[in-house]
Design a protein around this ligand. Structure first.
Ligand SMILES: [Zn+2]
Ligand SMILES: [Zn+2]
Length: 328
C-alpha cells in the first residue's frame, strides 16, 4: 500500500507492506486524514518519531477478524493505545499509560496511508448524521473539549484563547458554548473571522505589539487557553490571567519554553497541561451541529501529493489541510 514515512527529518511517499491486524485489532481504510501542527513538530524531531504519521482521521473498517460486525462501519479512533495491564490502564484511562503507543505519534503507525491497524477498543462508530469532513476533526475536537473536563467553566467565566491557529479556533468555538464571553486573540484577521462568524468575540493583535501592551489591553481573565503554537506563548498567557486564575497549555513545541515562574508564584496561578480528550464526547458534540467545521478546511490533497500538502500545512496562517484517500 502507499504510505507517507517520516524518517531522519525527511518525508517519503512510498510503497510499504499492507498492515496485518493483530489480535483485537481492525484494519481500517483511511478516507480522510488531517495534518496537525504536531505532525510538523514530529518531522522536526519531536518524540524521535520514525514511521507513518497521521493521527486525525476517519476511515471505514476493512476487516476485523475478532469483531466482524464492525466491517464496513465508518469509524474514528482514540489515538492512545495503552498496554492494557498496568495500573493506569486498569482504571480505564490509557492516555497516560507509560508504555502506550500513540497512533501516528509514538511507536505506532498512523493514518497518512491507505490503511492503518487500530485496536478494536479504540474505535468509535461515527453516526450517519456526521459527514466525513466534520468527523475528521473528532480527535482535535476531543482535545478542545478536554479543557472543560479539567477546568470548571460556567456562563459567567471570563475566558480567553490565545492563538488563532487550528487548535485555538477549535478551543474558542468549543469554550464559547460553555462561556459565551469567550474571547479569541490572534494575529490573522481571516482566521479570527471564522470564529467571529460563529459568534466568538475576537481581538486582533499585530505581531509588533509587545507582551506589555498585550497585558494592558487584555488581562484579568479567569482562564486563558494557550494555543499559540509558540514556545513563548505561555509567558503571554501568564500576563493575561488574573491572580489565582488558570492557564491551560495546549502548545506542544519541539523548541523548549523558558517560563518566568515568579509571576506564577506571586499571583498563585494554576498551570494545567492539556492533551487528548474523549472521542465519544466529541462525536456527541458534533451530532448537535454546534460548530461548522467546513470553514476550517483549506485544501484537500491526495496521498501521492503529501509533500505538497505538508508544505502547504507548514505555511504560516494555513488552516486545516486534509489528505483524501477515498477514491484511490
Ligand atoms: Zn493533532
Ligand atoms: Zn498501560
Amino acid at each position: 500500500m502507499k504510505a507517507v514515512v517520516f524518517k531522519n527529518k525527511k518525508i517519503s511517499v512510498t510503497d510499504v507492506p499492507m498492515p496485518v491486524p493483530s489480535e483485537n485489532e481492525a484494519l481500517v481504510k483511511i478516507h480522510l486524514a488531517g495534518i496537525c501542527a504536531t505532525d510538523v513538530e514530529l518531522l522536526k524531531g519531536y518524540h524521535d518519531f520514525a514511521g507513518i504519521p497521521g493521527h486525525e482521521f476517519i476511515g471505514i473498517v476493512h476487516c476485523a477478524p475478532d469483531q466482524p460486525g464492525l466491517e464496513g462501519r465508518r469509524i474514528v479512533a482514540d489515538i492512545n493505545c495503552g498496554c492494557g495491564v498496568c495500573d493506569i490502564c486498569l482504571t480505564g484511562d490509557q492516555r497516560h499509560c507509560a508504555n502506550r503507543g500513540v497512533i501516528g505519534i509514538r511507536a505506532r503507525n498512523g493514518a497518512f496511508a491507505e490503511y492503518c491497524n487500530i485496536p478494536l477498543s479504540n474505535l468509535y462508530v461515527v453516526p450517519d448524521s456526521i459527514e466525513d469532513e466534520s468527523a475528521v476533526f473528532a480527535e482535535p475536537l476531543a482535545a478542545a473539549l478536554e479543557i472543560v473536563r479539567q477546568v470548571h467553566v460556567t456562563e459567567r467565566s471570563r475566558v480567553a484563547v490565545l492563538g488563532d491557529g487550528k487548535m485555538g479556533l477549535l478551543c474558542a468555538l468549543v469554550l464559547q458554548q460553555f462561556a459565551p464571553n469567550t474571547v479569541l486573540i490572534g494575529h490573522h484577521p481571516d482566521k479570527l473571522s471564522i470564529a467571529g462568524e460563529q459568534g466568538v468575540r475576537t481581538i486582533f493583535r499585530s505581531k509588533n505589539e509587545t507582551d506589555q501592551n498585550l497585558a494592558v489591553h487584555v488581562k484579568d481573565f479567569e482562564l486563558v487557553v494557550e494555543a499559540s503554537g509558540c514556545a513563548n506563548g505561555i509567558n503571554e498567557a501568564i500576563c493575561m490571567v488574573r491572580p489565582e486564575g488558570t492557564v491551560v497549555i495546549k502548545t506542544t513545541s519541539f523548541e523548549k519554553s523558558v517560563i518566568d515562574f515568579s509571576a506564577v508564584v506571586v499571583n498563585e496561578l494554576n498551570l494545567i497541561g492539556s492533551r487528548c480528550g474523549d472521542i465519544a464526547q466529541a462525536l456527541d458534540f458534533m451530532e448537535k451541529k454546534m460548530i461548522d467545521f467546513c470553514p476550517m478546511i483549506e485544501a484537500v490533497y491526495s496521498l501521492g501529493d503529501f509533500e505538497k500538502a505538508f508544505a502547504h500545512a507548514g505555511r504560516k496562517g494555513s488552516l486545516k489541510i486534509l489528505i483524501g484517500n477515498k477514491n484511490e
